[in-house]
Structures are given as structure tokens and as C-alpha cells.
Design a protein around this ligand. Structure first.
Ligand code: ADP
Length: 220
């Protein structure tokens, strides 16, 4: 079995977030060891993941038994139980897991995880809340902040930009944004300087968050 090899991932805490994460990894060909303290949760996922184990992840014995030190990447997806989340994380760091990803409940929890030396702290609720805010505000169909202050969004082609080659629109100069790709009749095609937008096209627009927001607002 390749479980425990560098390419496999262990996911601890199979709530909504951990389960979605584990299943998505499986769907894209990554071996996943799932661990949860709840026997019913483990049974429900039996057969869906490469391996599923019931146990209390805060216990050093379990971490040793499962050989978690040999995993390059372990995700602590324990949500509401902050104590269990921190105890588990500190054990993983102690045994030398190369890359620990941990979910934080709030900012203070995130600070503790950073102080422990967690390599990647994720805050799914906060991230999703910010993302939906940008969608609720404007004409954006989707919004992803690639990095602090830089975003990629999806929106319908503004009517005043139709029929003219992108090269002549000067969007980069006028609006500070780029059009990366266009979806027409269900298929995404990389945009090029000669691309002429058509009514109903869906655009992948990127730029600083402020520029993208302003462009979407002017297009609405
Ligand atoms: P979500 O908000 O993603 O659904 P939850 O906090 O509801 O997250 O679920 C986290 C999961 O973590 C639960 O299934 C719970 O059984 C599991 N869990 C909590 N503490 C431990 C622990 N010490 N060891 C293993 N699993 C745990």
C-alpha cells in the first residue's frame, strides 16, 4: 500500500470540511487516510477513503501507531473542539510531520497555530464569507482571491465590449484588468488579442481586487 508514502495525505477530523477535503483528494487520485473519533463517522466513510480509522487523535499512541510521522502532509480538520485541534497539531509537529495543515476557528486560534509552527493555517468559514461578500455586492458570478489583494472573477461580458478585438479595447490600460479566458457555448477558451466578445460570453477576469471590483461595478 502507498498509504504513508510522501504522496498520501492524512486527514484528521471528518466533519463537513474534513470529509469534503478527503473526498476531493480521493477524486483526484491522492491516497487518503481518514481519522475520526466518532465510530459512526468512520463507518459512513468506510470504502470511500483509502483507509479510515476510529480514534482520538490527541493521543500520542495513536499518532505513533498510525505512523503519521511518515506522512509528508497531515491536515487537522477538527473544527469546533479547539483543544483537540491544538493538542493534535502539537503532537504532529512533535513527531516531525513535514507539512501540517490546520483549520482554525477564529483569529486567536489561528495565532496559536502559527506560534506552534503550523505550516498552513486555513480558515474556511472566514475565507468563504469574504468570497461570498464579493459575489453578493456585485455582478460577479464567482470570486477567488488568489493572494492578498489579487483576484480572479467570473462575470458576463459587458455589452459595451462586444464585437471588438480585445487588443483594441485596451482593458489593461483603461481598467487595469486582464481577460484570461472566455466561456462560449459551454467551453472555456484562452483569450487572445484577436478575441471578439459575444453577447452571453462568460469571462475570467483577473487583476487587483480593487480593479476587478471597479470593473465589475462599471459593467453591471
Ligand atoms: P465541521 O465544521 O467541518 O463539520 P466539526 O467540528 O463538526 O467540523 O467536525 C470535526 C470532526 O472531528 C468530528 O467528526 C469529530 O468527531 C472529529 N474529532 C473531534 N475531536 C477529535 C479527536 N480528538 N480525534 C479525532 N477526531 C476528532
Amino acid at each position: 500500500s502507498t498509504i504513508g508514502s510522501a504522496t498520501s495525505v492524512a486527514v484528521i477530523g471528518l466533519g463537513r470540511f474534513g470529509t469534503a477535503l478527503a473526498l476531493e483528494l480521493m477524486a483526484h487520485g491522492t491516497e487518503v487516510l481518514g481519522i475520526d473519533g466518532d465510530e459512526q463517522v468512520v463507518q459512513a466513510l468506510n470504502g470511500e477513503l483509502t483507509a479510515v480509522v476510529a480514534g482520538d487523535a490527541t493521543r500520542p499512541e495513536l499518532i505513533e501507531q498510525l505512523g503519521l510521522a511518515d506522512f509528508d502532509r497531515v491536515v487537522v480538520a477538527i473544527g469546533t473542539d479547539v483543544t483537540a485541534n491544538i493538542l493534535t497539531t502539537s503532537q504532529l509537529l512533535r513527531v516531525g510531520v513535514k507539512e501540517v495543515w490546520a483549520k482554525a476557528l477564529d483569529e486567536r486560534h489561528a495565532l496559536i497555530l502559527h506560534q506552534l509552527g503550523v505550516h498552513h493555517v486555513v480558515r474556511p468559514e472566514a475565507d468563504m464569507g469574504r468570497r461570498v461578500a464579493h459575489m453578493v455586492r456585485g455582478a460577479l458570478e464567482d470570486f477567488i482571491e488568489i493572494d492578498a489583494g489579487y483576484a480572479a472573477v467570473r462575470l458576463e461580458a459587458p455589452l459595451d465590449l462586444l464585437a471588438v478585438p480585445l487588443r483594441e479595447l485596451g482593458l489593461q490600460v483603461k481598467h487595469g484588468i486582464g481577460i484570461g479566458a472566455v466561456r462560449r457555448d459551454g467551453a472555456w477558451v484562452i483569450a487572445n488579442p484577436e478575441t471578439r466578445l459575444e453577447r452571453g460570453d462568460i469571462l475570467l477576469v483577473h487583476g487587483t481586487t480593487a480593479k476587478v471590483e471597479a470593473f465589475a461595478a462599471s459593467a453591471a
